[in-house]
Write a protein that binds this ligand. Sequence first.
Ligand code: ZN
Length: 134
Amino acid sequence: MNFRYRLMQFMQGRYGVDKTFYVLFFFSAVLAIINTFFRFWVIQLIVYGIVAYALFRCLSRNIDARIKENDFVTKKLFTVTQKYNAFRQQKADTTHIYKKCPKCKAVLRLPRRKGKHTTTCPKCGNVFNVRVYK
Ligand SMILES: [Zn+2]
């Protein structure tokens, strides 16, 4: 029996590697790299803890629970990347500014014209002042 076959047999019915595994691995790697400068034993312990948890997830037979965790993490990750992309898009837009309505918190895309303006929120009808500096 070769090693590969044994490994396949061992992993039968176990969860394996998913996106959460990579996220955990990435975080532990970042922490480990940061800790090479500070050398705190607490951070080292946290790194070991994260790696141990990632391995536990990988070898776990409770697949339903692991799928739930992975769904949670991928949803969070999606939200973060979506916010980041929106932020980048707003920064790249030189002809418009983005302001939040103070009443309903909707984000309004307004033409970038210097000075004081009055604007009406199309969602809730709230009228408020916007000042554009540049
Ligand atoms: Zn509004």
